[in-house]
Design a protein. Structure first.
Length: 283
């Protein structure tokens, strides 16, 4: 039996497995079993908690002097992912509960580099690090660089952003309701990015305020996506033409997140994290 903890950040839910000394090898099939919402525990992803020095990836292991703990994140289908914004907060909550970190600020390692965590009254704020427009020249010329076709919908323009993981953000045109989108299947992207992308559909709610739904690669539609919320806010900010450092409110089906652009082309994500259950699961 393997001990696990279940947690969520704005209802984007995860299974955490403590493997502090790096002795457990999670297979894609095991991740799928745990994440299965009918025959398993049920989650959008699985996070192995391991000391960074025991990571199997040389690039991650090199981060050990900066961050003791590595967030080994897997999508629900068992595929590896660079990181997860909501997952970092749940990971941070687990580290603090277990007494593995101390203080109001600490660092964690991910496949997308080291992320700094700050404890807040509402939960946690994560410096997600640098972000970029995938095709800045094309984006500044046309306002978009990829076309997205949702199920039962027409192709619409989108903007590609890289936040350590890939995103394509769509600002819904007038007449298309966010709540009426069919996201039961992955939207088509043209051109298709290597490795796919998370796709965010956005509706403007007011100055500095948007609502969003997301289809995550390797998972499907989720109740929230942290890096997706950041990508959606940054894309809307880009389209607005006012690229200052004011915070953005992002409403997702699972709650509310705050995205704050930082100097040096970085971005911070803030929101709650809850640990809701502990148990044992037969791998």
């Amino acid at each position: 039996m393997t001990r696990f903890t279940k947690g969520h950040g704005t209802e984007n839910d995860f299974i955490l497995v403590a493997d502090l000394e790096g002795s457990l090898e999670l297979t894609p099939a095991q991740v799928q079993r745990m994440a299965d919402r009918h025959a398993g525990i049920g989650a959008d992803g699985v996070i192995r908690v391991v000391r960074t020095r025991f990571a199997t990836d040389d690039t991650v292991r090199a981060l050990a002097p900066e961050a003791e703990w590595f967030m080994d994140y897997r999508n629900a289908d068992g595929s590896l992912a660079e990181m997860c914004g909501n997952g970092t907060r749940v990971f941070a909550a687990f580290l603090r509960r277990e007494g593995l970190v101390f203080g109001s600020s600490f660092s964690i390692a991910t496949r997308a580099g080291v992320k700094t965590v700050r404890v807040t009254e509402e939960g946690y704020a994560i410096d997600l690090g640098p972000w970029r427009l995938v095709d800045e020249e094309g984006a500044r010329r046309d306002g978009f660089d990829v076309m997205v076709k949702p199920r039962h919908g027409k192709p619409v323009p989108a903007l590609s952003l890289d936040l350590g993981n890939p995103h394509a953000v769509v600002m819904l045109p007038e007449g298309i309701a966010l709540e009426n989108l069919d996201l039961t299947e992955a939207p088509e992207l043209h051109p298709e990015p290597t490795g796919g992308a998370n796709v965010e559909f956005v509706r403007a709610e007011g100055p500095g305020h948007i609502a969003m739904r997301v289809h995550e690669r390797g998972v499907g539609e989720t109740r929230s996506c942290g890096t997706g919320a950041a990508a959606a806010a940054l894309a809307t900010r880009f389209w607005s033409g006012v690229e200052d450092l004011s915070p953005w409110i992002v409403d997702v089906p699972g709650g509310r997140l705050t995205v704050t652009p930082l100097a040096g082309q970085r971005v911070e994500l803030a929101g709650p994290a809850e640990l809701v259950a502990d148990g044992d699961f037969p791998l």
